[in-house]
Design a protein around this ligand. Sequence first.
Ligand SMILES: Cc1cc2nc3c(=O)[nH]c(=O)nc-3n(C[C@H](O)[C@H](O)[C@H](O)COP(=O)(O)OP(=O)(O)OC[C@H]3O[C@@H](n4cnc5c(N)ncnc54)[C@H](O)[C@@H]3O)c2cc1C
Length: 468
Amino acid sequence: MKARDVRELVIVGGGPAGIAAALEARRVGVETLLVDERPGSGGQLGEPIHAWRSERIGGDDAAPGRLSAALGKRGAEVRTDTVAWGIWDREVVLWHPEGGIGVVEARQIILATGAHDRPVIFPGWTLDGVVGANDALSRFRSDGRRPERRTLVAGSGSHVFKVAANLVAAGASVAMVLQTLPSRNTANLLGRPEAATDDVDRLPGCATALAYLHRERIPVRWGYLIVGATGSERVEHAVIAPVDSAWHPLPDAEEAIDVDAVCLAYGEVPASALSRLAGCAHVWDPELGGEVPRRDEWLRTTVPGVLVAGGAGGATGAVAAFAEGRLAGIAAALAGGQLGRAEAERRAAPIRRRLRAFRQLQSADAAAFPVGPGIDELATPDTIICRCEKVTAAAIQAAVDESDDPNTVKALTRAGMGRCQGRNCARPIAAIVARRTGRSIDALPTFTPRPPVRPIPLGALARYARPS
Ligand SMILES: Cc1cc2nc3c(=O)[nH]c(=O)nc-3n(C[C@H](O)[C@H](O)[C@H](O)COP(=O)(O)OP(=O)(O)OC[C@H]3O[C@@H](n4cnc5c(N)ncnc54)[C@H](O)[C@@H]3O)c2cc1C
């Protein structure tokens, strides 16, 4: 990789949002570089997954495989296996296992980094075999492995049904699906025509996914939460319990079920590490349980030249992400002068209308499936909260007694300093601080982002710092 490069537009993330942004920008000749840390583009819903989805659940024109091919035709430069680990002003710092580190200076940057699984911490969550929905899906993509024989898919909202349907269609043996919400909450959602058809989001909607699970005779337990996992080396039992409306487990109602794997699907949190590192202002979104960047009608953040699209901006679902990507691509062309304002507005108008409909659907989904505070209260004192640095809840609580600032708790315990840079533990730590201090979790500062936002080898950094 060249030590220093210049491009008109750099897009980080090759999922539906990043691909759509690149297609739209290339349509009017914007010089575009798209990078993704994965070996292929397509994002969370990569090609192998789509191959079976289209076959088993219905055709899909927006399949990432087709989109990736279109990217090549439009002449976008795509670099896979390439991690964006830092961002300063308009400079994106990349690392490739063979090419090393390089800096690309861009006039416009679109962050389309997607979302990651909402962390849920309970005794035993670190056991081998307990994975997030993204990980479960990645296993297929990386080596075609089938999930283990008896998988429990535990989660909430429409997400858990879609994840479970995806896994079943891929050949996983799903023993049971746990939906935390009681079934009466879904009447509205499932009754809406948009939700009941694949037409709006072209990928299986909530109702479609649920109907598919029924057809495949997968048992669904409503009003249940996973509260623990046990096993000697890897997970052997999942402990589940019915919950009240605040998601607190009912007393003496726990039950253990035999499983080989647990897939957690409690929603997705925007991947905001790069946008926070870039200095973009964020707001806490209680529905998503994470921070979302503040954006205007063109998806521009508060930092000039930096846009955020798709899951990283809080959009849920591949087609909403695709629409956001298109809008961001048009915005980049407007800023670069390839499109005049009137033409950009003309192209943006139908996309914006579509996005408004998606956002309404998303809000209705969140209202129908509210997340209860009990989900953040499952850890016991000896539960590991930060798996990277092996820090327990008791150690976090002791640190909170010294300081109620999550950043100081991080410094005192090293929690949040490991490989995942707090992706899993930042929220649970904030929940402990909030509980012990009586403050609202929404009012607490989040961890200050630090580069590298993704792990990179120290050797590469040293070579870059001292080029020979
Ligand atoms: C198991 C599962 C099932 C799902 N099923 C459905 C469904 O049926 N229907 C539906 O509509 N939606 C579904 N979704 C959600 C859907 O996948 C997302 O909404 C959609 O992929 C978001 O698109 P995106 O482009 O914003 O992000 P993503 O698809 O997540 O793409 C983001 C990309 O950015 C890359 N990236 C992130 N950070 C960096 C970095 N620092 N450097 C380099 N690259 C980076 C990632 O590797 C990734 O490829 C599902 C999700 C999961 C996990």
